[in-house]
Ligand binder design. Structure first.
Ligand code: ARG
Length: 565
């Protein structure tokens, strides 16, 4: 059914050396329907044929003999513009979605390959802020996209569960802490202790030494220190799991930084054997001067290891354990240098898979214009954002649709969906400003808008009271507006593959907005539940496929698609 592929095959004999793949990527879909349904720019061919693109297009337009799939070809300004046979196109697109249902757009390209995805990774006893939310949401979407394309995914939560902050929290807990409070609200309480420690240490620097002492005890295996550390971590993970459940995010493994404590000696030894270690003021570094980077510090003077040491060790562990074909790391771009440095170390260690470890950086989040800080105050806790979102949607439902069944669940699906959608709306590298007003609007390019469009399609299908539409006259769906919807749908599988290749879920976000907008135009102009049975069933077929595609798109972003709202 793929008209683009078909076109590429028909073009190939006239394209000199150009491969099928090259032709496919050259074919464009014009935004303006007057320019046809597909367009082929002839500019690349100008060099090969030593002729002006105009002349090439003119010649080809005459020479090409097209099959039934296409009605005509025209040449305009160096472009070949192809017009599909609308009826055949509508029939093919709709039938394909009807057959594949929730699998439409899936593929086997990843079969037999493993992708490790390292995402979320908040730090115990530090805030889980909106930056971690972005990592969670982007990572989760990449997981679903890769899985949909046939890859086996391994989702890993590389929790920051080891480090000097524990020394601080132990000191704070022993001075000002309370057991019940930690059990009740671990993330907030530990954070408060952490913040209090910093406030107190300003006036009393001796606390810093005490904290360092406790972390050293942890590293030396002191029972009391480790028991506290273990308890802080496990209470935190318990609460994190509640947040992940709310987000419908899951991990195959919780392997935090401490998981590598007993695995780093071997790696340090290996680095030494490979002559990569140098001593610098008592510390061990890998010099990266010839790559224009500061050295990668792998062991401090006091023997303790660092964030980078644990990342190098974790990567080797993951390669040996899961044999990934790629391993993705989702963090904000402030860690670009960190990843560039230790990726280089893996390369210097002569591991050929250094090419398969990829940093997926994303922009920072500001909240209503303010920078989000981690250490003191002005912290937007994730929970606050999520529960705030749900409360807001509940209010809207009470106002607009108070008799809705299952109100709580729907409010949750929409509130959380809005936050996720907002996060995934722009190229991930862009900084985003989170604002309640834009994220929760039911108009404009938002999650609630797409969910609402999906619910609207579901409601029409419910009212029509037919389960399957097997027979429809595609001729009825050949007008300009219907064609616009169908073209977006036919393009959807390609968008999913692009999203995987570029690690960019926002391509899907934007595409389902396009589909929703095109469909709402269709819905506005074409009454669906009309007397004429033939017209009715064709339009219902359209509604059905749009509902399928929107629900797949939302799923790939990690968002629920309620039937009613
Ligand atoms: N815990 C780190 C942070 O909050 C993120 C860890 C990312 N993953 C990794 N393998 N380094 O910044």
């Amino acid at each position: 059914m793929d008209f683009k592929k078909k076109l590429s095959q028909e073009l190939q004999p006239h394209m000199g050396e150009m491969t099928h793949e090259e032709i496919l990527t050259t074919i464009e879909i014009p935004k303006n329907a007057e320019m046809g349904d597909f367009a082929f720019p002839c500019f690349k061919l100008a060099k090969v044929f030593r002729k002006a693109p105009n002349a090439i297009a003119e010649e080809l337009a005459e020479k090409l003999v097209l099959t039934d799939a296409f009605e005509k070809v025209e040449n305009i300004g160096g472009y070949l513009n192809f017009f599909v046979n609308r009826k055949a196109f509508a029939e093919a697109v709709i039938k394909e979605v009807m057959e594949q249902k929730q699998q439409f757009g899936s593929s086997k390209i990843g079969e037999g390959k493993v992708v490790c995805i390292d995402y979320s990774a908040p730090n115990v006893a530090k805030p889980f802020h909106v930056g971690h939310l972005r990592s969670t949401v982007i990572g989760n979407s990449l997981y679903r996209i890769n899985e949909f394309l046939g890859y086996k995914c391994v989702g890993i939560n590389h929790l920051g569960d080891w480090g000097t902050q524990f020394g601080k929290v132990i000191v704070a807990y022993r001075n000002w802490g309370n057991k019940e409070e930690i059990e009740k609200e671990p993330i907030n309480t530990l954070l408060e202790l952490y913040v209090k420690f910093h406030d107190e240490a300003e006036a009393n620097p001796a606390l810093e030494d005490e904290a360092r002492g406790w972390f050293t005890k942890m590293e030396q295996g002191d029972e009391e220190a480790l028991a506290l550390w273990n308890w802080f971590s496990s209470e935190t993970i318990k609460e994190l799991k509640k947040i992940y459940a709310l987000l419908d995010v899951h991990f195959d493994y919780y392997q935090g930084e401490s998981f590598y404590n007993d695995k780093m000696d071997a790696v340090l030894k290996e680095l030494k054997e490979k002559n990569l270690l140098q001593e610098s003021e008592g510390a061990a570094i890998v010099d990266l001067g010839q790559f224009d980077m500061p050295p990668c510090l792998v062991q401090k003077k006091d023997g303790s290891t660092l964030y980078a040491t644990r990342d190098i060790t974790a990567a080797i562990y993951r390669k040996n354990t899961y044999n990934f074909s790629k391993c993705l790391y989702v963090t904000d771009y402030s860690q670009n240098l960190h990843f560039a440095q230790w990726f280089k170390v893996i390369e210097l260690m002569n591991y050929p898979w250094y090419k398969d470890i990829v940093h997926i950086p994303f922009g920072r989040v500001t909240h209503e214009g303010r920078r989000i800080q981690t250490r003191k105050g002005n912290v937007v806790l994730l929970e606050e954002v999520l529960t705030g979102a749900v409360t807001r949607v509940k209010e809207i439902i009470e106002e607009k649709n108070p008799t809705l069944e299952n109100k709580e669940q729907v409010a949750q699906d929409i509130g959380i969906g809005a936050v996720i959608f907002n996060d995934l709306s722009n190229n991930r590298i862009k900084d985003i400003s989170f604002s309640w007003e834009t994220a929760f609007s039911f108009e404009g390019e938002t999650g609630p808008y797409v969910q609402y469009t999906h619910a609207r399609a579901s409601s029409v299908l419910r009212k029509a009271e037919i389960d399957v539409i097997s027979d429809f006259n595609a001729e009825i769906l050949t007008d300009d507006i219907s064609m616009m919807v169908l073209k977006e749908i036919q393009h959807f599988p390609q968008v999913i593959q692009d999203a995987e290749r570029k690690n960019e879920p926002s391509l899907i976000t934007r595409h389902i907005i396009d589909i929703a907008q095109a469909f709402n135009r269709f819905y506005h102009d074409h009454p669906i539940l009309v007397e004429d049975e033939e017209v009715k069933s064709a339009r219902l077929a359209m509604v059905y496929v749009v509902k399928q595609v929107l629900s797949i798109g939302l799923y790939l972003l990690g968002i629920k698609a309620p039937e009613k709202m």
